[in-house]
Ligand binder design. Structure first.
Ligand code: G6P
Ligand code: MG
Length: 215
């Protein structure tokens, strides 16, 4: 029996995955190399500093910690310039509706995101009240695929992980959900998310019946 749904943010609730991509691509260009959409799959769900490490590995570049911090800050400034302009229609189709349906059915809801910008986005798009609990990059020390973010969410909701379903668009996120002992719905490409229990294009394809049928 499903008692809680835990949602990743970027690429599941809001259409921000492309802003992360644009911001990383710009940084790569400034550093003198190209960064493709395929490369970007490796960054989804991964914390800011870990993402920068992957980016630098792709570019074959070594840097001091101080330089890395400067670049991570620069990428974030660019990203924040996008999210502070976001409009209500950038909430992904069906997300608001499915969150409401869960709450009406007494299924608890939590956000489980690696992003330190999560609250900025939720507040701007007036989504904050749809979550019973928010766990984001300011509360976690271990990045997905570590299950920390989802285990903290389940603990705060007081729900056993076995009764939780995670919604994720990233391979690292699916792995984190499974490592937490939870069910997982993958959102996006089946090639990337094949370990998930169910794969859909977006929350507009989700309903409570499908939720309870997840094996
Ligand atoms: C999410 C995104 C990642 C991003 C991470 C950290 O998990 O999928 O692409 O790097 O959050 O986001 P932040 O907003 O803290 O840089
Ligand atoms: Mg995501």
């Amino acid at each position: 029996m499903i008692k809680a749904c835990l949602f990743d943010l970027d690429g599941v609730i809001v259409d921000t995955a492309r802003y992360h991509y644009i911001a990383w691509k710009k940084l790569a260009k400034e550093l003198g190399f190209d960064f493709s959409e395929t490369d970007n799959e490796r960054l989804k769900g991964v914390s800011r500093m870990a993402s920068l490490d992957i980016l630098l590995e792709i570019g074959g570049i070594n840097m001091t910690q101080a330089e890395k911090e400067r670049l991570a800050h620069q990428k974030n400034e660019h990203y924040v310039s996008f999210i502070t302009q976001m409009q209500a229609d950038e909430v992904l189709p069906g997300a608001r509706e499915f969150l409401k349906a869960c709450r009406e059915a007494d299924i608890a809801t939590a956000l489980g995101s690696a992003s330190k910008n999560a609250m900025t986005i939720l507040d701007r798009l007036k989504l904050t009240d749809l979550f019973d609990v928010v766990v984001d990059g300011t509360h976690t020390t271990k990045a997905k695929p570590d299950p920390e973010v989802f285990l903290k969410g389940a603990e705060a909701l007081k729900v056993n992980p076995a009764h939780c379903v995670v919604f994720e668009d990233a391979e690292a996120g699916v792995e984190a959900a499974l490592a937490a002992g939870m069910k997982c719905v993958g959102i996006g490409h089946p090639e990337v998310l094949n370990k998930a229990h169910l794969i859909i294009d977006g929350l507009h394809q989700m309903d409570l019946q499908k939720l309870n049928n997840i094996q």
